[in-house]
Ligand binder design. Structure first.
Ligand code: BEZ
Length: 388
């Protein structure tokens, strides 16, 4: 039987980042992906993501700040700009707290961690950025380290590292059909009719997590949000940072957006509602069709509050976000001790995690190699359930 020191299952950004970290070691590594690499079939669909360091929780802000040096290291490997550092603008109703945080709580954490930011009134936001008719009671801040992640370029950079590494094998279009974790320490992964053994397994299946956990008779309680986004044609020479607006009611009024970039519909600007079109349990339930309702809210926001954009939604798409159902920001843990060798089987899934990709690669590879990480992952423990 073919043997690897580490097998990583799930070749999305987290799996690629893990294998890219492992490529720096002498450990033989296999990364298995059920589809082609850099696909749009999981949580990483959609080209742009937001990078930000502000969080309502100190431990999340610390991780985001820490991730910068891993992004810088990845940036050294490619000529593509991975994060366009245009800054991050958060504004809205100061009383509101959503799952993305809350303005005051994030400012308190930034104060505690000495992260620089500029507080802004509604008038200052309108004066400095192309927004209009912002309610006077709104406030917000601008944080300069935020930006727009080119998620395609990020995955390409990671793939290039893995592909060029002597100790990393990449298998695309290879669904895993069984996993057995034996009492003798061996873990057997079956894929394409072939049994492959390892002692260390990293699972990075994203939205497909319950497809993999069923091999251990386990599941996790996740919701998968299918979310819409659209692009709007620029009619004036406007410049935007990445931004997020917090308002009530949250199920119709949370929006976020991006600057114009030359790698995704130049001449257009992406704006999206931060609400689910549909909450699904399995990626196979994805429709790929943006809901008229959320695009309607989005267009109304663009019409009523943005300057310099045509209000017709174009290049619409949906993406999937896998979220924990017990308010955990990320899900990252070993398997429970009902599973043989559970300390050697590490699972990551879920969360608004694009901003952490290279850091999570480091954490997952450290856990695979040494069963420890220098980072505090205690907040991401997984409450496993029996398989459904
Ligand atoms: C985030 O920064 O985590 C985020 C940004 C936009 C939508 C949802 C989440």
């Amino acid at each position: 039987m073919k043997h690897y020191d580490v097998i990583v299952i799930g070749g999305g950004p987290m799996g690629l980042a893990t294998a890219a970290e492992l490529s720096k070691t002498d450990k033989s590594t296999l990364l298995i992906e059920q589809y082609n690499f850099i696909n749009e079939k999981g949580s990483s669909a959609g080209m742009s993501r937001q990078f930000r360091v502000q969080y309502a929780q100190k431990y999340m802000a610390e991780l985001a700040v820490e991730s910068i040096r891993y992004w810088d290291a990845l940036q050294e490997t490619t000529n593509d700009e991975l994060i366009g550092k245009v800054g991050s603008l958060w504004f809205g109703d100061p009383a509101l707290s959503s799952q993305e945080g809350g303005i005051q709580a994030a400012m308190d954490v930034m104060d505690e961690l000495c992260i620089p930011y500029t507080p802004l009134t509604a008038e200052q936001i309108e004066a400095q950025f192309p927004f209009k008719d912002i309610p006077k009671k709104y406030n917000g801040f601008f944080q300069k380290d935020g930006g727009i992640i080119d998620f395609n370029a990020t995955q390409k950079a990671l793939y290039t590292i893995c592909n060029g590494a002597k100790n990393v094998d990449l298998k695309a279009n290879t669904p895993v059909t069984n996993i057995q974790s034996l009492e003798n320490g061996n873990i057997i992964v079956t894929a394409n009719g072939e049994d492959i053994t390892t002692e260390k397994l990293v699972l990075t299946p994203g939205a497909y997590v319950n497809d993999i956990l069923r091999f251990f008779n386990l599941s996790v309680d996740i919701d998968i949000w299918e979310m819409s986004s659209a692009y709007y044609k620029k009619t004036e020479d406007i410049e935007l940072p990445t931004w997020f607006v917090f308002q009530e009611p949250q199920n119709t009024s949370l929006f976020y957006g991006f600057p114009e970039v030359d790698w995704s519909h130049p001449g257009y600007i992406r704006v999206a509602p931060d609400i689910p079109d549909r909450i699904i349990k399995d990626p196979s339930q994805r429709t790929g069709v943006p809901s008229e309702k959320s695009l309607g809210y989005n267009e109304a926001w663009v019409r009523d509050h943005m300057i310099g954009l045509d209000t017709t939604s174009q290049f619409t798409a949906t993406c999937l976000i896998t979220l924990s159902n017990n308010n955990k920001e990320l899900l990252l843990d070993t398997l429970p001790d009902s599973v043989n060798n559970n300390e050697n089987i590490i699972l990551y899934t879920g969360g608004w995690a694009a901003k952490f990709v290279p850091l999570l690669g480091k954490i997952l590879s450290d856990l695979a190699l040494t069963n420890t990480t220098e980072y505090d992952i205690s907040n991401f423990k997984i409450d496993y359930l029996p398989a459904k």
